[in-house]
Design a protein around this ligand. Structure first.
Ligand code: GYE
Length: 360
């Protein structure tokens, strides 16, 4: 357990407002002073020489002896509920960061808005949570709030999506897939299996400015640029949702009568595109081929049914690894700056085989 300094050395803050803090390192115990919450000074001090311990950030914790049952308070800011992938990711996190596993999870949904995430993170800082984890909606614009978390001594873990901050001391670790590689896998399959003759491709991009949208576009372009048969004739954002994927595809179909293939940055937009293609009297998977990323159940079913032709997987089950990283960070153990989640890909036959035991 983390030891306590004599409260009298911590000024006048009443003991019931003192919050115990995790150890970041067994060798370099850091002292932190958190912000003011609702007029109450929340002081936290790391003062342990005997290794890590659990923490407790609940506001009504009188603290002091810090029993081994103390939960790690985690503030998690989720992107939103835009896709099947996101639903599976949220479930994985909520199913893992449970009281039973030693966590007190504060979860918020940013509804795909960066300002909501910044607000949530600021609120977690003010509450003095032990660890902040979040999946950044977009890549840019995080330095200020991450700096605030750092000043407050609260470690931050990025899940799923990256930030473009140059200072990588602003977060402890980033766990998520390699989105460039995913785009490359999609592009390679298209290049080898469809672009044996000239094809016109339309691209449904993910949320503008989001790491998976930027990287999946780059990866696909890189993998197809040397094949003169591949022409990307249009590319627009469908914001990772089925509804917007459908609307954008309707626009593509009106603007172009020569589309051979849709590359959608996620299954949901691909599923929206299927609806638009069918409504236009065409056969998805045949008249217009479809390649997507994610491999969630609905996408895999469409692949098995022959409406999608190829899917690159993106594993959303990040909860267990996130729990491990958080425990290590709190215990002061070293964690890797970048943990890459490995992904597979699926053809129709592979989807039929995988579907019965697919977890998400
Ligand atoms: O592919 C998409 C979701 O960030 C990897 O976000 C995630 C992406 C996922 O909306 O479906």
């Amino acid at each position: 357990m983390v030891g306590w300094h004599d409260p009298t050395t911590l000024g006048t803050a009443p003991r019931s407002h003192l919050k115990e803090e995790s150890m970041f390192s067994t060798t370099k115990a850091r002292t932190r002073l958190t912000g003011v919450l609702a007029g109450v000074a929340v002081l936290a001090l790391a003062a342990c020489s005997s290794g890590g311990g659990s923490t407790d950030g609940s506001s009504n914790d009188a603290g002091g002896d810090g029993g081994s049952g103390d939960a790690i308070v985690v503030g998690f800011s989720q992107v939103g509920a835009e896709s099947g992938w996101r639903a599976a990711n949220t479930k994985s996190i909520q199913d893992t960061l449970t009281a039973e596993n030693g966590f007190d999870l504060k979860f918020s949904d940013a509804q795909q808005k960066q300002e909501n995430q910044i607000q949530a993170i600021r609120s977690y800082i003010a509450q003095g949570v032990d660890v902040i984890a979040f999946s950044p909606v977009v890549e840019s614009g995080w330095d200020a709030v991450l700096e605030e978390a750092k000043q407050a001594g609260i470690p931050v873990i990025l899940t799923d999506r990256a930030v473009d901050s140059e200072d990588d001391t602003l977060y402890e670790s980033f766990i998520g897939s390699d989105f460039v590689l995913e785009g490359e896998m999609a592009g390679e399959w298209v290049s080898e299996n469809v672009a044996t003759e000239p094809i016109n491709v339309v691209e449904l991009q993910g949320t503008t400015g989001a790491a998976p949208a930027i990287d999946r576009k780059t990866g696909f372009e890189d993998a197809t640029k040397d094949n003169p048969n591949v022409t990307i004739i249009d590319s627009q954002t469908g914001n990772f949702t089925r509804a917007e994927g459908k609307t954008v595809m309707e626009g593509f179909l009106q603007a172009h009568d020569d589309i051979d293939l849709v590359y959608a940055h996620n299954d949901d937009m691909g599923l929206g595109a299927i609806e638009a293609i069918e409504a236009a009297g065409l056969v998805p998977g045949e008249d217009i081929k479809i390649v997507t990323v994610d491999a969630v159940k609905d996408g895999m079913q469409a692949l098995a049914d022959g409406k999608i032709n190829f899917i690159v997987e993106c594993n959303p089950l990040l909860g267990p690894d996130l729990a491990d990283i958080i425990k290590k960070v709190v215990a002061g153990e070293e964690v890797e700056k970048r943990i890459v989640v490995k992904d597979e890909s699926f053809t129709q036959e592979q989807a039929i085989e995988a579907l019965p035991t697919r977890e998400y």
